[in-house]
Ligand binder design. Structure first.
Ligand code: MF3
Ligand code: CO
Ligand code: CO
Length: 280
């Protein structure tokens, strides 16, 4: 439990992770709206590119080019020795997959994670793409993971806690007979890429940090079809499921408002009709 956290006015705080939770002003929300909107627009634009034969390096080239055209910087370039404009996590890769020249195959599913820095603000978002014809189990995993993100976002409002977000996600995901990855979490975001607080995607209601207007963070659940356990490959980045089961992830950057939440990385492509009953 981490209820003893201190809050600090972001505008007057030092530009490093001090362990305090920043409360941002309207100008920060404006900056996040722009950075998040561009990152989301880049993911929208990737839909047409991703098909059998496309390589994850092609995806990275597109993201780099998109960033240049819009005069923003990919935050992952040179971040802790990482050298690509995005992460591409295919099938049993949980997160931090490194773009490479291997072509995507029919039936693959992958996450593309993009963070753009615009006027100093970090817009961090990721989503899943299916390549050609995707198997039912993979499609179900992606649907469950997107719904898990939405359920997490719905738990964001002043007076709730970070534990309410994690508990809502975990309860839903485990009810769908899937598992929540524990080793990676959401994070405070803003002028820093990774800031306080940590947003765990599991937990108990009422635990963690109290949500206050002005907090800005990501929610980015990683959900596995099999067991939750992961390992990091010898490249130091690529995280995979230990049991090689499929993994999916969706990520939004959000801000806590006076009465709820603002999603900075929303996209019309993520709004799909909720399936009710069956067509036949
Ligand atoms: N965008 C990732 C996140 O959601 C972080 C990627 S860091 C990298 O926090 F170095 F692996 F690119
Ligand atoms: Co993130
Ligand atoms: Co991300």
């Amino acid at each position: 439990m981490d209820t003893m956290v201190e809050f600090i006015d972001a505008a007057s705080a030092p530009q490093r992770n001090t362990g305090q939770v920043r409360l941002h002003d309207a100008a920060a929300f404006e900056g996040m709206r722009y950075a998040g909107g561009l990152a989301s627009a880049c993911l929208d634009a990737l839909s047409d590119l991703i098909k059998p034969g496309t390589t994850s390096q092609d995806i990275d080239d597109f993201v780099m080019d998109f960033a240049e055209r819009h005069d923003v910087l990919p935050a992952t370039l040179f971040y802790r020795g990482y050298r690509k404009a995005c992460c591409t996590s295919i099938n049993h890769v949980v997160c931090h997959g490194i773009p490479a020249k291997k072509p995507l195959k029919d039936g693959d599913v992958l996450n593309v994670d993009v963070t753009f820095i615009a006027d100093g603000w970090h817009g961090d978002t990721s989503r899943m793409y299916g390549v050609g014809n995707v198997r039912r189990a993979a499609q179900r995993l992606m649907n469950v993971t997107l719904r898990a993100l939405e359920i997490g976002v719905e738990a964001v409002k002043p007076g709730n806690t970070t534990g309410d977000i994690g508990a809502a996600i975990q309860t839903y995901v485990e009810g769908e007979r899937c598992s929540v990855v524990r080793e990676f979490c959401g994070h405070g975001v803003g002028r820093l890429f990774h800031d306080m607080p940590n947003i765990l995607h599991y937990g108990r209601p009422g635990e963690g940090v109290l949500l206050k207007p002005g907090m800005i963070f990501t929610i980015e659940p990683m959900v596995n079809l099999g067991r939750p356990h992961v390992k990091v490959l010898s490249d130091g980045w690529t995280a995979v499921t230990r049991d090689r089961s499929l993994s999916a992830q969706y990520e939004h950057s959000v801000g806590v408002t006076v009465d709820g939440v603002e999603v900075f990385t929303a996209s019309p492509l993520l709004d799909r009709p909720k399936a009710v009953g069956s067509a036949s």
